[in-house]
Ligand binder design. Sequence first.
Ligand SMILES: [Zn+2]
Ligand SMILES: [Zn+2]
Length: 363
Amino acid sequence: MRAVVYRGANDLRVETVPVPSIRSGEVLVKVAVCGVCPTDIKKIHFGTVPPPRIFGHETAGTIVRVGAKVRRFKAGDRVALHHHVPCGECHACRHRAFAQCEQYKRTGITAGFEPAGGGYAEYVRVMDFVLPGVVKIPAGNSFLEGAMLEPVNTVLKAVKRLVLLPGDTVLVAGQGPIGLLFTRLLTLRAMKVLATDLWPSRLRAARDFGALTPGDSLDDSVKQLTHGRGLDAAVIAVPLDEVVFQAQQLVRGGGQILLFSHTRRGSRTPLDLATICVDEKDFIGSYSADYTLQNEVARLVFSRQLDTRRLVTHQLPLEQTAAAVALASKPAADSLKVVVLASPEGAEPPAESRAPVTKRPVN
Ligand SMILES: [Zn+2]
Ligand SMILES: [Zn+2]
């Protein structure tokens, strides 16, 4: 089969590799669509993990083979995959800190080599311990929507860490694909969302998802919206420290600042600790997904209450995975979510509300 193999920093090659074989508790999936995710982009750009690997973990496709012990699935099922599932029994799991569980950190989906998701390949092997996170895609929904379950899950998990009352005011800084998911999930929960971004096109998308966008002064907008109280929470979906400082000023005493994009280790930042101790402004973080939310995530996406089709602006064939990664790593006015199509059936007709689909090579 064809697969895109990571051979070192910024080195992705289209190669021919064996179709993975499966064990009795596993399934083999023919990949239709795989989303390009910022965490993979970082690993590819900075070469932070040893090669060779086949990345791609926002995967949807069709089951083509099931092991003898598999009961819940059969060949022909269209499914959205989930590559991390915790053990449910360890100390971290008993605290529901699933992303810190040792089993959770193992990747349960592979197209060969050290398991790394494998979605940038024609077939993936799905191991038994991640099957609880696999969801069937209803007939009326697309593989593209299935591939969005994983990113939506990470955002829903983060939203649930916020302590909010209906009508509260939340800043979502950064309206890339992730920021827009925050915006929509929060407006669905009856929050007033104030959305910021540098691109007018992204602010338009945020308004379509129910957000307000500030005028010239963010401070004034916050004052007006909150009658001078300040924000109830701020979500930082852009990896800029200045944005964190600004948000911290704008949050009311007892409010929360949620970090979602600060995933690079090693940088330090000055902080007035009295704002945490005296003003009780909590800093919280959220990372990765929670498979116990998968059913709720599936309902939100497949009912189109959260219409993820709007977010996918570029669909590139498997051979152009390197171009897809490059495109996703440099946000542009017309780009939001970029996906790779491992087979033609992954392609969907463009929705009216969506930007034009790019099928040409991107340089
Ligand atoms: Zn992801
Ligand atoms: Zn565990």
